[in-house]
Write a protein that binds this ligand. Structure first.
Ligand SMILES: [Zn+2]
Length: 311
C-alpha cells in the first residue's frame, strides 16, 4: 500500500496541473448512480484551490465564488493511482472517476482492486481530526515521541502503524526505521528510553525524506508515479522484503516475523529483542559478522512473503 513517501510523490506531481483549475465535468464509474450524482453535484463547477497530503490521504480543496466548498478526499489503498492527462481518445482501463478540467485535461482516479476512496467531503478537517502528527513536521519532536511511547504502552511496530499515533507510516517504512534505529518491532513502547526515541524520530524522518527523494518504493506492478514511473527507493531497503538475505550492517540473515498479521523484517543482532548493554551488543555484532556458523542460530524464516504483507 502506498505510504507517506508515495502519496507525497503523487501530490507533488499532480498539484501543479490541478491548482487553479475548475472542474467542468465528472464521470463516476463504480458507485451507485445516486451516489455518483451527489458527488457530481458537489464537485462540478468548483475551483481547485489546493492539493495536499495528510497522512496517506490526498486532499483536493475546493472553492466556489472564493469561498471554501469542501474537498475531495482520496486514498489510494492497495492499487489506486491518480494522474492528469489530456483527454484520452480511448477510455482508461479501471478508471473509477474522471474529472474534466477547464484546460481540457482530465484527472483520472484508477483503481484495479477498488479498495481506494475518492469522495467529496464538506468538512475535511473533521474527517482527518483523529490522525496523529505528521512525522516530517516540527510537531513531531523527540520529546513528543518519548511521551507518546511511554503513555501508549504497546508493542512498537503496531503502535507506529497506528495512524492515530503518527501519520503516514506503513509496513515498509516502519520496518526500515526500526532497523535503522536498532529497535525490535516487538519491543514495549514504554521501555524505549529517551536516547532511543530521539534516534527513532531521526531515523523515521530520514527514511521518509530519502524515499520521497526517490519518488517512493515500487516492488510490484501497482505503485507508479502520476507520470507512470516506478519509485526508486526499493533498491535501498535494509530489511523490508530481504528475509533470507544478509543484513547490510552486520551480515546476519534477515528474518521474517508476523507482527499483528503483518510481515515484519528484522535483523535480530542489530535489533535485539531484549535491551542489552552497548558492550554486549557490539560483541555480538562483531562475532556474528566474523563467523558464518553462528548465523544459523537466527530463527528460520517463516512462510514466504505474501502480496498482502507488501501492501
Ligand atoms: Zn544487522
Amino acid at each position: 500500500m502506498p505510504e507517506l513517501p508515495e502519496v507525497e510523490t503523487v501530490v507533488r506531481l499532480i498539484r501543479p496541473k490541478l491548482v487553479g483549475r475548475t472542474i467542468t465535468g465528472a464521470e463516476v464509474h463504480w458507485r451507485r448512480t445516486v451516489v455518483a450524482r451527489a458527488f457530481e453535484e458537489r464537485v462540478v463547477g468548483a475551483r481547485i484551490v489546493a492539493v495536499r497530503r495528510r497522512a496517506k490521504y490526498i486532499v483536493v480543496d475546493l472553492a466556489r465564488r472564493g469561498r471554501c466548498a469542501g474537498a475531495i478526499l482520496a486514498h489510494l489503498r492497495m492499487t489506486g493511482r491518480m494522474h492528469v492527462e489530456k483527454r484520452a481518445v480511448e477510455s482508461v482501463p479501471y478508471a473509477k472517476v474522471e474529472l474534466a478540467l477547464d484546460d481540457g485535461r482530465v484527472l483520472h482516479f484508477v483503481d484495479v482492486r477498488k479498495f481506494g476512496r475518492f469522495e467529496f467531503t464538506a468538512d475535511v478537517e473533521a474527517r482527518l481530526a483523529r490522525i496523529g502528527p505528521e512525522p516530517l513536521e516540527e510537531e513531531f519532536t523527540a520529546a513528543w515521541l518519548q511521551d507518546g511511547l511511554r503513555a501508549r504502552r504497546r508493542l512498537l511496530k503496531p503502535l507506529l502503524l497506528d495512524q492515530s499515533f503518527v501519520a503516514g507510516l506503513g509496513n515498509i517504512y516502519v520496518d526500515e526505521a526500526l532497523h535503522r534505529a536498532g529497535l525490535h518491532p516487538l519491543a514495549r513502547s514504554e521501555r524505549v528510553n529517551p536516547e532511543q526515541s530521539a534516534r527513532l524520530r531521526a531515523e523515521i524522518r530520514a527514511v521518509l525524506a530519502e524515499a520521497i527523494e526517490r519518488e517512493g518504493s515500487s516492488f510490484d506492478t501497482f505503485y507508479r508515479t502520476p507520470e507512470g514511473n516506478p519509485g526508486g527507493y526499493q533498491d535501498q531497503f535494509r530489511v523490508y522484503g530481504r528475509d533470507g538475505k544478509p543484513c547490510r550492517a552486520c551480515g546476519t540473515t534477515i528474518v521474517r516475523l508476523v507482527v499483528g498479521q503483518r510481515g515484519t523484517h528484522v535483523c535480530t543482532v542489530c535489533q535485539p529483542r531484549r535491551a542489552q548493554s552497548q558492550k554486549r551488543r557490539a560483541r555480538d555484532v562483531s562475532s556474528r559478522a566474523s563467523s558464518k556458523r553462528v548465523r544459523t542460530r537466527a530463527p528460520a524464516p517463516t512462510a514466504a512473503s505474501t502480496s498482502k504483507d507488501r501492501a
